[in-house]
Ligand binder design. Structure first.
Ligand SMILES: Nc1ncnc2c1ncn2[C@@H]1O[C@H](COP(=O)(O)OP(=O)(O)OP(=O)(O)O)[C@@H](O)[C@H]1O
Length: 469
């Protein structure tokens, strides 16, 4: 009589054997090593793959005490502590290291009935590999999430809107108020004043910030494509329609905000469709007849005078009133000249960091020129002027010579700029002329000195003094 049969009645033994052979039928084909231990730590059942893993025939294992099969088994402790050990590293007597589960199964009185064991990974390296792959997937996922936010999300917030003038602070105050509401916002202002920056910041400060921010430039999309861009289309809606159809920007922005830039350029026919979407709060893809409800806040912007367009019959009055619930005027740079210095420094920092150059200073004379200019292109123009200057300078300072002539010449020739000592004006002219000739001679100092009709030592002197190397 085998150990397991000792002390049992015949009918119990028959039932036990039936149960075990049934379990073997179930567990043998499973490609995961599984073992069942009785409450006296004897092996009741082991599947084929586990027996192979241990290196003994099944018959030699069944009925033996688990410690006789594997001296390192922790089942005796698990039965004593009555606590499962999940994903533990285990070194088998045969030298294999694996990741295992050991689970005690208790009866209603909390006493051990049997123990269930399972090898999760037969080899720790395999387990490490999976953890590594998982980590890799997690980091890839987070990269894609960031990229998606960059594509769909709003990048800028209030801190990115530089300026301390009363006018810009008033605009920021109104925009912050508008952000707290669900109303449509209309941003008005000349080109390059920062309307898009405001649209981002409004979205980011609203309770929609975790949802998409979708931008549409109404002037950049051909009239015939605008409708499908905004509202999408169904498969087969027209010849050339993509398989599977297309999701419109309104649907993409659901829950978030849609930024309709250059709204003044929206074709008249489209204006009626937009108005309907704003009123009904639902969109219908081209070729579909089942509207979809959407929850999108519109932030529109224009550098045109919409009232004038309404008067000329080019912009729908009803749409104008729908959009004009919260209108915010973004002042031009000319209206806030006191912000030029702080803006110039902030932009210099941002641009030079991006360009990998160490340019930190703007000479006082350069600042005077910047303040004296009218900036028809507003902050965008200032940004471009500084980028050019960073490219031109060889030191850490922006000098007047690094500004375009249309900014510096105006002051000197027409005498409209600040009055300054003659020495400064002569120095600036010297710098500009020397730079230009050096450029033309491709840095040849002998030729440069000859063209300028000065001695080479005098040229070297000036180059060093003005930091033109
Ligand atoms: N107050 C500001 N502080 C810092 N940067 C600004 C500010 N205003 C504008 N800019 C920068 O100037 C550039 C132009 O701004 P933006 O595109 O927002 O202007 P816009 O009014 O939307 O122009 P457009 O009407 O031509 O579309 C951007 O690079 C933006 O980052």
């Amino acid at each position: 009589m085998s150990n397991k049969a000792k002390g049992k009645k015949l009918d119990e033994i028959v039932i036990d054997n039936m149960l075990i052979s049934m379990m073997e039928k179930i567990f043998d084909p499973i490609p995961v090593p599984i073992i069942l231990i009785g409450k006296n730590t004897e092996v009741i059942m082991i599947n084929q793959i586990f027996a192979d893993f241990l290196g003994y025939p099944k018959e030699q294992i069944i009925g033996k005490k688990v410690l006789d099969v594997d001296r390192n088994s922790r089942f005796p402790y698990v039965f004593k502590n009555k606590k499962a050990e999940i994903a533990w590293k285990h070194k088998f007597e045969n030298g294999h290291t694996a990741i295992v589960h050991r689970i005690p199964v208790l009866d209603e009185n909390g006493e051990v009935l049997y123990g269930f064991g399972m090898v999760l990974f037969q080899d720790v390296e395999e387990f490490k590999d999976i953890i590594q792959k998982n980590k890799l997937l997690e980091s890839e996922l987070s990269l894609y999430k960031t990229q998606l936010k960059e594509i769909q999300g709003a990048k800028y917030s209030w801190e990115n809107i530089v300026g301390e003038s009363e006018k810009i602070l008033q605009a920021k105050y109104l925009a912050a108020k508008a952000a707290q509401t669900n109303s449509n916002v209309l941003l008005l202002g000349k080109s390059g004043t920062g309307k898009e920056l405001f649209a981002h910041a409004i979205h980011n400060a609203s309770n929609r910030s975790h949802y998409p921010f979708v931008k549409v430039n109404c002037a950049a999309i051909p009239q015939e494509l605008l409708e499908s861009e905004l509202f999408g289309y169904e498969e087969g809606a027209f010849t050339g329609a993509k398989k599977g159809g297309k999701v419109g920007k309104f649907e993409l922005a659901n829950g978030g905000s849609i930024f309709l830039d250059e709204i003044g350029d929206m074709p008249f026919k489209m204006q009626a469709k937009l108005l309907r979407v704003l009123q009904e709060k639902e969109v219908e893809r081209i070729g579909s007849n089942s509207p979809k409800s959407i929850d999108v806040r519109v932030i529109a912007a224009t550098n045109q005078n919409l009232e004038e367009l309404v008067a000329k019959g080019q912009f729908r009055e009803d749409l104008y009133y729908r959009l004009n619930v919260m209108s915010i005027y973004i002042p031009s740079l000319q209206e806030r000249k006191e912000d030029i210095e702080i803006l110039a420094y902030k932009l210099l920092e941002k641009l030079s960091n991006g360009m990998g150059k160490y340019v930190k200073k703007i000479s006082p004379k350069t600042l005077e020129y910047l303040r004296g200019h009218n900036w028809p292109g507003n902050v965008r123009e200032l940004e471009n002027v500084l980028e050019r200057a960073i490219n031109l300078t060889d030191s850490d300072t922006i000098l007047p010579v690094h500004l375009p002539m249309y900014i510096t010449q105006r002051t000197v020739t027409k005498g409209e700029g600040p009055l300054r000592p003659l020495k400064e004006i002569i120095e600036e002219t010297e710098i500009e002329v020397i730079k230009r000739v050096l450029e033309r001679t491709k840095g040849n100092k002998q030729k440069t000195a000859k063209i300028l009709n000065i001695s080479r030592s005098s040229l070297y002197d000036k180059i060093e003094r003005y930091g033109l190397e």
